[in-house]
Design a protein. Sequence first.
Length: 135
Amino acid sequence: MPKYLILKHYQGGPEAPGFAPMSEWTPAEMEAHFQYQRDTIKMLQDAGEFVSADAAAPTGNWVQYGGEGKPPHVLDGPFPETKELIAGWFLIDVESEQRAHEVAAYVSKAPGKGGEPIYEWLEVRPMMSEPPPVE
């Protein structure tokens, strides 16, 4: 079965997000959202489709090879205000791209402020089972 990576950005997608940012949610609204994510993991585990899921901290570093015998180059970033921020992901092992889209749509309706679905845009990427051919 093919594996798919579902990336959560919370920053929009083809259009700007239409939900209030988490900074405006109450603690109870945040907990309901996180519980939805945990319930989604359980649903995927029960279906035999779960591989992994995690949240990413909003801070990090850019790192580049520094050259032979030199330390790596390390810079601050990416920063949360950039649209490249990845907040978390689900890695699933499903029978088809259609099923990956169904799972992503389910994740997209997680509750936000006021318990309403956030309709989050999610990025769905197939995982490569082997490197592409060299021509």
